[in-house]
Design a protein around this ligand. Structure first.
Ligand code: DGL
Length: 277
């Protein structure tokens, strides 16, 4: 059987996808992995979809140029906004949180009333609602943006009373709707999974969209005959490496992680004066 080199690329808005990277390395320990997190321009969750799409498209090109052959997108903001497919990368080589999370939810037995929580950008994209409506037309879907969870996780305020209060406020409208399933449509939310489960109620199934993207990526690799890695190398590139980023990266990765500064993409400013001709 002929061999095919596999290198996993992870495309993320910043550091939330490090949790997915950790899980992927646990599931596919032999993998070569390259991570691209756009920390200079994150959070994406408060940006317009067009901005997210433009930035994500640059990240995708970067990963392709770095040799990635399969790309996992655990970031719901990117998955919801979409991206331009670079030449040479087939769409089937990209596994995104919206498709994987929807697919994982559809596998559940009691999927009739579905709640979605995510960043404002993910909720505004309506990507999960559209995917669910196409696959399960009769289901009721309710979405609620939760903008404060990302900064709380990154600041490590995981067990603080304000965090519990914010999560309660975030899931309460969905609890009132009596959802049977709750999709965690953000890379950061699973860090607070236990608290979210407590606040929404133990009978509600939680689906972590980022984890679903990881599981699908791992399954794709293990189901791909002849797939081999070159040498178990992992690189974690980010576009900004402030002290804040380094600290938050440890929280999301669950331990020390060596971040490198990515050479691209260039940081563009919409307001820069035009160049003199
Ligand atoms: N990675 C983003 C997501 O999964 C959360 C962080 C951000 O908004 O940049 O939606």
């Amino acid at each position: 059987m002929s061999k095919r080199w596999i290198m996993i690329g992870i495309l993320d808005s910043g550091i939330g996808g490090l949790r997915a990277a950790r899980e992927l390395l646990d599931r596919v320990p032999d993998a070569d992995l390259i991570y691209f997190g756009d920390t200079a321009r994150s959070p994406y969750g408060v940006k317009h979809g067009d901005t997210i799409r433009r930035n994500a498209s640059e990240g995708l090109k970067f990963l392709l140029a770095a040799g990635a052959t399969i790309i996992c997108i655990p970031c719901s903001d990117i998955s919801g906004a979409g991206f331009d497919l670079p030449d040479g990368l087939p769409r089937r080589s990209i596994i995104d949180a919206v498709s994987a999370g929807t697919h994982a939810a559809l596998a559940l037995p009691q999927l009739n009333r579905i709640g979605i929580i995510g960043t404002p950008a993910t909720i505004a994209s309506h990507a999960f609602e559209m995917a669910l409506a196409a696959a399960k037309p009769g289901a009721r879907v309710y979405a609620n943006p939760c903008p404060l969870i990302v900064p709380l996780v990154e600041a490590g305020r995981l067990t603080k009373p304000e965090t519990f209060r914010i999560i309660k406020n975030c899931v309460s409208p969905l609890k009132r709707r009596r959802v049977d399933t709750l999709i965690l449509a953000c890379s950061h939310f699973a860090v607070l999974r236990r608290t979210i489960q407590r606040k929404i109620g133990k009978r509600v199934f939680l689906v972590d969209a980022a984890e679903a993207a990881v599981a699908d990526t791992a399954a794709r690799i293990s189901g791909s005959p002849g797939a081999v890695s070159r040498g178990k190398t992992s690189r974690f590139l980010v576009t900004d490496r402030s002290e804040y980023v380094e600290h938050a990266a440890r929280i999301l990765f669950g331990g020390p992680v060596a971040l490198e500064l990515a050479p691209i993409p260039p940081i563009r400013s919409e307001t820069s004066p035009p160049e003199a001709s």
